[in-house]
Write a protein that binds this ligand. Sequence first.
Ligand code: BG6
Length: 311
Amino acid sequence: MGHSAAVWDHRASIEMTKDWNGIDQVVLRSPRGASARISLHGGQVVSWRNDRGEELLFTTSKAIFKSPKAMRGGISVCFPQCGSCGVLEQHGFARNKIWSIEDDPPPLNQKDSVGKSFIDLLLKPAEEDLKFWPHGFEFRLRVSLASDGNLTLVSRIRNVNGKPFSFSFAYHTHLSVSDISEVRIEGLETLDYLDNLCQRERFTEQGDAITFESEIDRVYLSSSQCVAVLDHERKRTYVMRKRGLPDVVVWNPWEKKSKAMADFGDDEYKQMLCIGAAAAEKSLTLKAGEEWMGRIELAAVPSTFCSDDLD
Ligand code: BG6
């Protein structure tokens, strides 16, 4: 495998390995011991650990690590659609494809390179994708791990076609939580949301924070750039900062749906919260030659973090 100049500088902190299907995985490590594991299947982040080695992402124990289906858990990239509509598979095909490593990507902002270990992945449409979604695109995904353990994903999608195309997008982030009943989300209160459990009807959030006592499947609209997930029992707060992604998907299948899913344990809904920075309500359009960028940065901090810190 070759490396771009910036990756080369951090070469000691990047390892290549394979999963049990022989699909390549990239492991990024920070000097203090945090790590992130990225599969070329879907460009999915399948593990993110802090410097104490604690796993921060949820992965189902019943995961089906078999192409072409994405493994349930980690951070999956939903493109060219978030949700299900038309002939495309639910949440688009990007998460089901094998990505390649890009040696020499177009330059990115310095803050997504300097002092971080990172990997650049690339997805281009295959012949079969063009049958269902006839648009030429290049999708570049950089996953980087900072020395403090923060994880950043930057997606750049370019229209390399003559004609405009539209898409929706989400980073489905499955966070590992102690007990969903002990968790709350701050940063979405007072917002409007589309409720997927009520045919996408629009409601306004009334609570001070979002808490969980039953199935939830919503898209919160036009949130601020920072959202926090507070896990009381673990005394841990996840902070998600986003750019280019106005909406936030919140999903937990709860008891009944968990039992109906083949690749999900009956009680695993208790240990998982899926929260996704998204461009879901309004699709994005790229004209010929245009590029869009969507970024999330995730931090896991002790719960002394205060909601006043949200910007
Ligand atoms: C959410 C959808 O975004 O993702 C849910 O609104 C869906 O309806 C969930 O069940 C998980 O999707 P998938 O395709 O990963 O099972």
